[in-house]
Design a protein around this ligand. Sequence first.
Ligand SMILES: [Zn+2]
Length: 303
Amino acid sequence: MGFPDRRAIRTVASALVVAAFAWCGTAMAMASDGTPSSTPPHAAATSAAPPRPSSTVDARPGLPAFHGPTRPPAPGPGLPGAAMLTRPQPPGPHGSTGRMRLGGPAHSATGTGTSAVALTFDDGPDPAQTPKLLDLLAKYHVKATFCLVGQNVAAHPELVRRIAAEGHTLCNHTWRHSLTLGRQPAAAIRADLQRTNDAIRRAAPGASIRFMRAPGGNFTPTFVSVAADLGMASIYWSVDPRDWYHPAGEGDAAHRARVQHAVQRHTGHGAIVLSHDYAQPDTIAAYRSLIPWLKSRYQLVAL
Ligand SMILES: [Zn+2]
């Protein structure tokens, strides 16, 4: 997919992370919807991270992986028909989480702070999937948040321009999706985030980049602090349908159904929903029905 460096790095990183968590081996977690599901290695670098899940390696090469475990559903009833009438509060100053709920590692944000729901899409832009997602969002007049990987930004600046031009929110997801960047010295973290922001702004001059998401959700206090210095609030999530995870034997239709079920079951008022537009065609397909379903129940906002 024109992304050999990242893939190679990921392979190495994957091996390291898996090795680091070999102790938790094949333990299986039970998702809150009752579906047996193994969860990926997580936040090796975060002391404030949730309990470590079991390790799983995505079977498909070159795909985004290693996002954290599903967290408890966001508060709120999430009742059908409970369409939101209130406007979300504007975000705080750059680097501030404002009223957002800070339940994630290193006090990263896990909720919008309002009754509105935020859809976030990670690891792109992807030349095949991102345009499809943008078309879908435009069809339903929904704004979302895109957490962009710097290498992909450099490869597809025209898509970053389109994301910004269509009113979506931009989020820094580091230059090469390093799962261990948070353990690096502050200067190295700063250089990585700045390089990514520079690429985004080269692609979309004047773009506002108010958020950062650590790859894998591996926030550390230093990571969050450096991001804040650069004007970015750190966002985790409250709903993770594990759309990046393709267990052996799960066909495309079953995968889409699993993602849809997880989002429908766990999303509540104030949720931040994690999904991926990079290399995940089934995610885009799942959202073809999820977007109207969500829109009929929640106000969907970009962060
Ligand atoms: Zn990611």
